[in-house]
Design a protein around this ligand. Structure first.
Ligand SMILES: Cc1cc2nc3c(=O)[nH]c(=O)nc-3n(C[C@H](O)[C@H](O)[C@H](O)COP(=O)(O)OP(=O)(O)OC[C@H]3O[C@@H](n4cnc5c(N)ncnc54)[C@H](O)[C@@H]3O)c2cc1C
Length: 409
């Protein structure tokens, strides 16, 4: 294969992780990101990270950045609890206390998304080209030409579309691939863990992830309590304090507004809507929502991709949400994107070392990625449906049937 020049479109979690791995292996890589900087758009929510992320980050990051990632993770929870809107315990799953929540193979904790992105950009800032919105590409005889919104062009041997759920690369490359709107909507908020908020935390929430079910509106809640404030660990990391992430979830129809108006609501009105939707919840939960950092409230529409039949590999490929976007109900999208990044990196490095054909190597990556990627999409969709069924009525049988697995995170 000789020398290789890789263009990654999208400086999200998957794109940056891939760039780290390739850079570490001495492969020339440039990341093209449409935003002006990593913090241009609010990123303020918690991500659950599991073994897929642990192993991928260990394999791609230089050791000191992997250590920084672990140090900036949140304190681990000890389980997952389902409660009613009046905080009655409905179901509980405990994690095995013998497993190490910070070991790559058994990782199970939270990270602040923006902090993780900053860690992932560490030492490769010079490889990221901001304000570079890809509009289209052209496959040429021995490479790919990228075209950007401002008229610039760039050439590479391989183009990796890591440009998220609305991927421009996917739209051109696999125009038949479909991303469906499940109709589910989430209002996400962040409540700083002031002493007043801390006092209100229900016991199960102190101990791990907590889902509130009962009526037709549900709420997912999780803490990020840093082991040490990120900015104390590395001055380049943005200051971030402990917080509670909450997400008020339900079918969009229950939010009482046509979708275009809902999508246009400013944070303060979204926050007020979240308060109205949870007005029958336990007073402590209501108060936790009331104490939120209101300007950070945002709406997420829940989307899911349909499995795409195998395609002919080429010098263009995809990873993460760009190919297998999924509902956040299982906390799996970022973990799968990171897994893709590590697999693609490993595949390219091995092909280069053994002087194997690039396109065949890409095909090998894609075959494996489609398998586990769309399995993760299906599992996430099932988890979302299970939550919906629980919200729809007295579905305690479902708790027993699923044994908590569908919602475990
Ligand atoms: C509210 C919410 C909560 C979630 N919680 C979890 C969780 O707990 N655990 C978990 O594993 N997953 C979670 N997910 C899913 C997770 O956020 C995504 O799966 C993950 O971010 C996908 O990573 P990615 O690198 O594929 O894409 P992204 O992180 O979306 O990155 C795409 C990047 O591409 C850039 N871009 C887009 N178009 C272009 C273009 N044309 N040119 C150049 N750049 C472009 C974007 O600006 C962005 O930086 C959650 C998702 C949501 C919405």
């Amino acid at each position: 294969m000789g020398k290789l020049k890789v263009a990654v479109v999208g400086a999200g979690l998957g794109g940056l992780c891939l760039a780290q791995g390739l850079h570490r292996a001495g492969i020339e890589v440039t990341v093209y990101e449409r935003d002006a900087a990593l913090h241009t758009r609010p990123q303020g929510y918690r991500l659950h990270v599991d073994a897929r992320a642990g192993v991928a980050l260990r394999d791609c990051l230089p050791p000191e950045l992997f250590e920084l990632f672990l140090a900036t993770c949140g304190q681990p929870g000890r389980g997952f609890t389902v409660v009613s809107e009046r905080l009655r315990l409905l179901h509980e799953v405990r994690t095995d206390p013998a497993t190490d929540p910070y070991a790559p193979q058994t990782l199970s904790t939270s990270v602040n998304r923006q902090t993780l992105r900053e860690v992932l950009a560490g030492r490769i800032e010079h490889r990221i080209s901001y304000r570079s919105e890809l509009t289209r590409y052209q496959v040429r005889e021995a490479g790919v030409r990228l075209h950007f919104a401002d008229g610039r062009q760039a050439d590479a041997d391989l183009l990796v579309g890591a440009d998220g759920v609305n991927s421009a690369v996917r739209r051109q490359y696999l125009p038949h691939a479909r991303v469906l709107d499940t109709g589910g909507r989430c209002i996400y908020g962040r409540t700083p863990l002031t002493p007043a908020a801390d006092r209100l935390l229900p016991a199960p929430l102190r101990d791990g992830f907590m889902a509130v079910v009962g009526g037709r509106i549900g709420m997912a809640t999780g803490l990020v309590r840093f082991r040490q404030p990120p900015e104390q660990l590395a001055p380049a990391l943005s200051p971030t304090a402990d917080y509670l992430m909450w997400a008020v979830t339900g079918d969009g129809e229950l939010f009482g507004l046509p979708d275009d108006r809902l999508s246009a609501l400013p944070p303060a009105e979204l926050h007020a809507l979240a308060q109205r939707l949870t007005s029958s919840f336990h007073p402590d939960l209501r108060q936790l929502v009331a104490l939120a950092a209101v300007p950070e409230t945002f709406l997420a529409r829940i989307r899911t991709s349909e499995p795409v039949p195998a395609w002919q590999p080429s010098r263009v490929t995809l990873l993460g949400d760009a190919i297998h976007a999924m509902s956040p109900a299982r906390g799996s999208g970022a973990n799968t994107a990171l897994r893709d990044a590590a697999l693609l990196c490993r595949t390219l490095v091995a092909a280069l070392a053994e002087d194997r054909d690039l396109v065949t190597a890409v095909g090998g990556y894609e075959a494996e990625m489609r398998e586990y990627g769309f399995a993760a999409v299906a599992a996430s969709r099932e988890a979302e449906a299970a939550m919906g069924a629980r919200r729809g009525g007295p579905a305690s049988w479902l708790f027993r049937r699923l044994g908590g697995r569908a919602l475990e995170r």
